[in-house]
Design a protein around this ligand. Structure first.
Ligand code: NAI
Length: 254
């Protein structure tokens, strides 16, 4: 590793959502930086594909089939790491529906995965990091939707806003243990999640997003993974409670 601060050799990373898109790119990049990667997802086949990608490049991967809304299962998977230095809580689902259409089921499902799933992973990871004294780094996955809002995004952006508050609160509470907690809030990233949109609507949104970006393009999973690597590594040793926005400059909040 050319820059030592990014070297994760000897560290264990737990990555939720590792079977696809951004989570897979994070798992692969953290392994490339030297970490032993524990991928967790409910998609067994995708998890094995990610593990195979890591192993092809000489990395070490373990797979845990877990639904992040199942706290006891998540606890067992995190504890199976033995020692933990990095959590990337990436697993999430998209949801769209107007405020007037929103049902209790929508709220429970989206907040369940996108907020409670992140909360459970953070709690289990932080407990293990404190017990092992590893002074770890926790990275949560928020979204540019927190900055921009938008029609149809109530459940999704409310859950992501809650993730931001969780990130800041946990950073304030665990700093004394040497644990850092930061969020990544990506803009539009081409992944299987965005590929599931109706193709015409997706193409319209991508064109609009690329036009809004000073860089003139939408993002890739690797764009986000590099932000996660920075936050996971010692390169960000004095950074906690912050939101990093790999969004191509589409939004530029303070
Ligand atoms: P994706 O759909 O490609 O990957 C999501 C992964 O999470 C999948 O492997 C899926 O199986 C897993 N997952 C979903 N629910 C789960 C559950 N209950 N338990 C365990 N695993 C579960 O989506 P993508 O785009 O890679 O998204 C990853 C994260 O990034 C999500 O939190 C998403 O909200 C966030 N994000 C994505 C953006 C984008 O434009 N793609 C923009 C901003 C944030």
């Amino acid at each position: 590793m050319a820059v030592k601060a990014y070297d994760l050799t000897g560290r264990a990373a737990f990555v939720t959502g590792a079977a696809s898109g951004i989570g897979r790119a994070c798992a692969v990049l953290l392994a490339e930086a030297g970490a032993t990667v524990h991928g967790a997802d409910r998609d067994t086949r995708g998890l094995h594909e990610t593990a195979a990608l890591i192993e092809t490049h000489g990395g070490v991967a373990h797979s845990h089939r877990v639904d992040v809304t199942d706290r006891p299962a998540l606890r067992r998977a995190v504890e199976a790491c033995g020692e933990l230095h990095i959590l990337a809580a990436v697993a999430g689902i998209m949801h769209s529906g107007t405020v007037l259409e929103t049902t209790d089921e929508d709220l429970d499902r989206v907040l369940g995965v996108n907020f409670k799933g992140v909360l459970y992973a953070c709690q289990e990871a932080a407990r293990l990091m404190i017990a092992c004294g590893t002074r770890g780094s926790i990275v949560t996955m928020a979204s540019g939707a927190v900055d921009t809002g938008g029609p149809g995004l109530l459940c999704y952006s409310a859950a992501k806003a809650a993730v931001v508050q969780l990130t800041k609160t946990l950073a304030a509470e665990t700093g004394r243990h040497g644990i850092r907690v930061n969020a990544v809030a990506p803009g539009w990233i081409r992944t299987p999640m965005t590929d599931r949109h109706d193709p015409e609507a997706r193409s319209r949104t991508e064109t609009a997003m690329a036009r809004l970006s000073p860089l003139g393009r939408v993002g890739t999973p690797e764009d986000v993974a590099h932000a996660v690597l920075y936050l996971a590594s010692d390169a960000s040793a004095f950074t906690t409670g912050q939101i990093l926005r790999p969004n191509g400059g589409v939004a530029m909040p303070w």
